[in-house]
Design a protein around this ligand. Structure first.
Ligand SMILES: Cc1cc2nc3c(=O)[nH]c(=O)nc-3n(C[C@H](O)[C@H](O)[C@H](O)COP(=O)(O)OP(=O)(O)OC[C@H]3O[C@@H](n4cnc5c(N)ncnc54)[C@H](O)[C@@H]3O)c2cc1C
Length: 379
């Protein structure tokens, strides 16, 4: 038993929760800590839903990771008897510079993600509620779709506890974390916690906890989500008749059809203003609302006069190159930093957790793509 490493994971979002679960499965004794709880309203993993898709353009590791994540989300849905993965399909609309979609095709094929390439005529036949003006062709990922967000994070923590993990809802003091001389973490309930290894998966807070090592290498931006009410008795804009969709030309609008009693979700992927995840007031921008409405009226004409029924403000925690950050602290081999989801991290939670837990337990280095040294090489 004394050879069993003791690991503390700080942050029970998509990255920390899954990593803690897989650390446990690799034989570690694990304590998972979160200040406000898994998928809380301030966390980047909060809210109702997230997209899971394999399309990522060419030459990247994420299609493969998404394919593995699809398997793992399915496995855990069965294991826990909870609805986590809704395979309603993902539709990519391609036109103009379609290098992203073209580049995605071979990656989808290589990773075994199910998809169809559709002509504009086929698109119009399948989804008459979408105005495909300007669209030249599309990719339909039939086995992809959306994930539950907050409830999935809660399910992960419940599964973690059921498998023998310890979960504590307390905050970790950030004072001095970036130095080399601490041996235990100070917690908001005045206790301390010791471990052989520490993992900080603190999403948009990671730069504040590690101001020298991370600092503004993770920029936190305000992202507004809009939910519109679908027409009364009309199911054309809910998940029974419409897939998740992405219009990736010029501006990147994407959305999830009405589901789980919520409205038709739509947003613009453009990075918003810098945002404070602890103190920021979560009020949407009227200008963005206007541009989203105009786009929706054009692409989904039946939703032209739909009322706004809900809004949500979340934040992206962006790394400079949008790749994840997974590495040891440069001055502390026992401290791992995990973050930089950059607006696309949620879906990868189980695949990332599985991979990173192996590196941590077996004392391996992270994949160079995710290491901090890539930034030092640039500066
Ligand atoms: C609007 C929006 C839409 C998105 N859409 C998608 C999508 O469609 N598909 C997709 O795959 N991804 C999407 N993403 C990205 C994805 O949601 C994030 O990359 C991912 O959830 C990040 O998870 P995380 O665990 O790193 O961070 P978080 O979920 O923020 O978790 C960090 C946790 O750390 C805790 N914490 C912080 N400081 C402390 C402390 N001092 N002590 C204790 N606990 C602490 C917090 O309470 C929090 O729970 C989206 C993000 C946003 C905001």
């Amino acid at each position: 038993m004394h050879n069993t490493p003791r690991v503390v994971v700080v942050g029970a979002g998509a990255f920390g929760g899954w990593t803690a679960l897989y650390l446990l499965r690799h034989g570690a004794r694990v304590t998972l800590i979160d200040a406000w709880g898994p998928g809380n309203s301030r966390a980047s993993s909060g809210g109702e839903t997230r997209i899971i898709r394999g399309g990522y353009g060419a030459d990247q590791p994420y299609t493969r990771m998404a394919a593995r994540a699809l398997e793992l989300w399915s496995d855990h849905e069965r294991l826990w008897g909870r609805r986590l993965l809704c395979r309603i399909g993902v539709l990519w609309m391609a036109y103009g510079d379609d290098s992203f979609e073209r580049g995605s095709l071979s990656e989808l094929r290589a990773a075994g993600v199910r998809y169809e390439e559709l002509s504009c005529r086929e698109l119009r036949q399948r989804w008459s509620q979408i105005n495909f003006d300007g669209v030249e062709w599309g990719i339909y990922e039939s086995g992809s779709g959306y994930l539950t967000a907050r409830t999935a994070c809660q399910a992960v923590v419940e599964g973690f506890i059921a498998e023998g993990g310890e979960y504590r809802q307390v905050a970790v003091s950030s004072t001095g974390l970036d130095s080399t001389d601490w041996r235990s973490l100070r917690l908001s309930d005045e206790s301390n916690v010791k471990a052989d290894k520490f993992v900080f998966a603190c999403g948009p807070w990671l730069g504040k906890l590690f101001p020298q090592t991370i600092g503004d290498r993770i920029s936190v931006t305000k992202q507004d989500m809009f939910f519109f009410g679908t027409p009364c008795g009309d199911r054309r804009y809910d998940e029974s008749e419409l897939p998740v969709w992405a219009d990736h030309s010029g501006r990147f609008y994407y959305g999830i059809p009405a589901n789980l009693g919520r409205g038709f979700k739509i947003t613009d992927d453009a990075r918003g203003p810098i945002f404070d995840p602890t103190w920021g007031e979560r009020v949407i921008s009227r200008e963005l609302l206007q541009s989203v409405r105009e786009y929706m009226a054009f692409r989904f004409p039946g939703m032209a006069n739909a009322p706004l029924v809900e809004t949500r403000v979340c934040q992206y925690e962006n790394s400079p190159d949008t790749h994840f950050i997974v590495d040891r602290h440069p001055a502390r081999a026992d401290v791992w930093l995990l973050g930089g989801g950059s607006g696309h991290g949620f879906k990868h939670g189980p695949a990332l957790g599985e991979m990173v837990a192996g590196w941590i337990v077996h004392d391996k280095d992270a994949d160079p793509l995710f290491r901090l040294s890539r930034f030092r090489a640039q500066s």
